[in-house]
Write a protein that binds this ligand. Structure first.
Ligand SMILES: [Cu+2]
Length: 248
């Protein structure tokens, strides 16, 4: 029994790490959004398979072993010692193998989130009640006027397609959290500390950054557009934005 258990655990470990390694052979830039999607899909599949198997078994046994007369109590097949042990150990090994597999996937996904590609463009982000400000490498800043009554303040976060973007973030007042659902990124933004997150805009897209940690009365209005546009358009936009800023 011990040998069988050890063998089963060994096989589960080898298989799970092989699957994780195989899933890592992608293109040179590993995209956080892709690894996150992959991990979440696996979690859902596992939940549905396990839920399906155990749900079906539970319903089947509910009928099979139901009380057939009012005084029928606790009747059922007597299990042998080996059967009892198998019932405890086999599901345990299966669940453990699955947990280890998902854990390994989560670990490698987190690695991707923490490893910024070398060619990433840096944008400084400052969160404050209740606004996001983006500062580009040349010192140009952009923000977003939610109400549209404060004049031209920028267009939110504008980035070129095809370049990974790393955000170095801090807050001037309270805790905020920077979240772009489209790129599957979210990171806390704190006063006195610089945190970072990176994402990879691979195609033209318009999305939103929202504050995802309650930070006061106007928390729900702490959002800004995130626009991924072609490189030439981005270059023009940056020049235009710098001019606007000089005139303000
Ligand atoms: Cu906030």
């Amino acid at each position: 029994m011990k040998k069988m258990l050890a063998a089963l655990t060994g096989i589960a470990l080898v298989v799970s790490s092989a699957i994780v390694m195989a899933s890592e052979t992608t293109d040179t830039i590993k995209d956080p959004a892709v690894v996150w999607e992959h991990l979440w899909t696996e979690v859902l599949i596992d939940l549905y398979i396990m839920g399906g198997i155990f749900g079906a078994l539970a319903i089947y046994w509910l009928f099979k072993y139901r009380a057939k007369s009012p005084d029928a109590v606790g009747e059922g097949p007597t299990l042998t010692r080996a059967q009892r042990w198998s019932w405890a150990i086999v599901p345990c090994v299966l669940f453990l193998a699955d947990d280890l597999y998902l854990g390994a996937m989560g670990w490698s996904a987190w690695n991707v989130y923490r490893t910024v590609p070398e060619n990433a463009m840096e944008v400084k982000v400052t969160g404050s009640m209740w606004n996001w400000e983006f500062e580009y490498e040349d010192g140009t800043t952009s923000t977003y006027d939610v109400d549209g009554d404060e004049g031209e303040k920028g267009d939110g976060l504008v980035v070129p397609v095809g370049t990974p973007v790393v955000l170095r973030m801090t807050s001037t007042d309270v805790l905020h959290s920077f979240g772009i659902t489209k790129y599957r990124v979210k990171e806390d933004v704190m006063p006195g500390r610089i945190t970072y997150i990176w994402f990879y805009p691979k195609e033209e897209a318009e999305s939103f950054v929202t504050c995802v940690e309650f930070c006061g009365a106007n928390h729900a209005r702490m959002y800004a557009p995130v626009k991924a546009i072609p490189q030439e358009q981005y270059d023009k936009w940056l020049v235009k934005r710098a001019k606007e800023e000089a005139e303000e």
